[in-house]
Design a protein around this ligand. Structure first.
Ligand code: OGA
Ligand code: NI
Length: 348
């Protein structure tokens, strides 16, 4: 075992046969893994994006609208991103987390405002129980502002991650156009509302856990941004809350999981909701998941779309800058069991 003062949990717990006390959740807040719905029929919809920019556009927009309304989550296939780009990203991500601790620690930081940092759990400055996770967080747009800060080891890291980031940004912009249309808004309404746009990536690393029933990779939370495009490896661990029950999302290789974040709930004036989800760990295998958090720039002013506000549907949120929201999100910690961080922005 590594010395007990290791900052990163994967080094701290390597070879452990029990979950150390700082990761053990109180009894009322455990994953209850035997109650999770595993049936793929009950899982989130899978949408085929073939001909999205052509003959199938209106059909696909209908599917997107229903998925956003009923689940807040869906998967996409035939999204146009090469399998090799995805495979290279997953491989280099794993390689990074297998580097010696001293090499990884070069980018360690507990400051959520750093534009590149390796950290552990969620926000160690504010939380009581730790999450079974290490993560590398990178800002990715505009690429040329950030790429020089990224790890230079593994040697192909910057190239593999940059290729992926550009492709995923294109997909996010297309899907946001589809979501705008599904709400009856102009195609570019949401993309314009994000001002200069922001794109952050996390590479989540969940080591195997000797007692997965006692802890979380990430407890139930909503994402603070507009939409998230999650790539996961073939291990599985993501669960989504649907009708009060946790539903497992079984990995389908080379698909993306797409979910709505808190800013989408505001822009749509609650027509679409930001949905609770969590990551559980397992005793056999390490797991990598790579969410791209697509966001407004910090100076973007977020408010319900005027077209979705009328006498019957008053504005449910005041306007605020994304910068204001985002600081509040990190300060509060991730354990917000009942939902989003939107409380202080509600009009009543
Ligand atoms: C996240 C997240 C889920 C997963 O990083 O916000 O929800 O499966 N991750 O790792
Ligand atoms: Ni999330």
């Amino acid at each position: 075992m590594a010395p007990p003062n290791s900052a990163l949990m994967s080094d701290l717990v390597s070879g452990a046969t029990h979950v150390p006390s700082q990761f053990v959740r109180p009894e009322h807040d455990r994953p209850n893994l035997d109650q999770v719905i595993q049936s793929p029929d009950m899982s989130i919809p899978l949408i085929d994006l073939q001909d999205f920019d052509g003959s199938r556009r209106s059909e696909i927009i209908k599917q997107i609208g229903l998925a956003c309304q009923d689940y807040g989550f869906f998967q996409v296939k035939n999204h146009g991103i090469d399998e090799a780009v995805i495979d290279n990203l997953l491989a280099v991500a794993k390689e990074f987390f297998h580097l010696p601790e001293s090499e990884r620690m070069k980018v360690y930081s507990e400051d959520p405002y750093k534009t590149i940092r390796l950290s552990t759990s969620f926000n160690v400055r504010v939380e009581e129980v730790s999450c079974w996770r290490d993560y590398l967080r990178l800002h990715c747009h505009p690429l040329e502002d950030y790429i020089h800060e990224w790890p230079a080891n593994p040697p192909s890291f910057r190239e593999d991650v940059a290729k992926y980031c550009k492709k995923v940004r294109g997909l996010a912009v297309r899907l946001l156009q589809g979501i705008s249309e599904s709400l009856g808004l102009e195609r570019d309404y949401i993309n314009k509302a994000l001002a200069k746009h922001g794109q952050h990536m996390a590479i989540n690393y969940y080591p195997p856990c000797p007692q997965p029933e006692l802890t979380y990779g990430l407890p139930g939370h909503t994402d603070p941004n507009v939409v998230t495009l999650l790539l996961q490896d073939d291990v599985g661990g993501l669960q989504v809350l649907k009708g009060g029950k946790w539903v497992a999302v079984k990995p389908i290789p080379h698909t993306f999981i797409f979910n709505l974040g808190d800013q989408m709930q505001v822009l749509s004036n609650d027509r679409y909701k930001s949905i609770l989800h969590r990551a559980v760990v397992n005793s056999d295998k390490e797991r990598i998941s790579i969410p791209t958090f697509y966001c407004p720039s910090y100076d973007a002013v977020i408010k319900p779309a005027p077209k979705l506000v009328d006498d019957d549907h008053p504005a449910l949120y005041r306007s605020f800058t994304y910068g204001e929201f985002y600081g509040n999100f990190w300060d509060k910690g991730i354990d917000k069991k009942s939902g989003t961080s939107l409380g202080m922005f509600k009009t009543n």
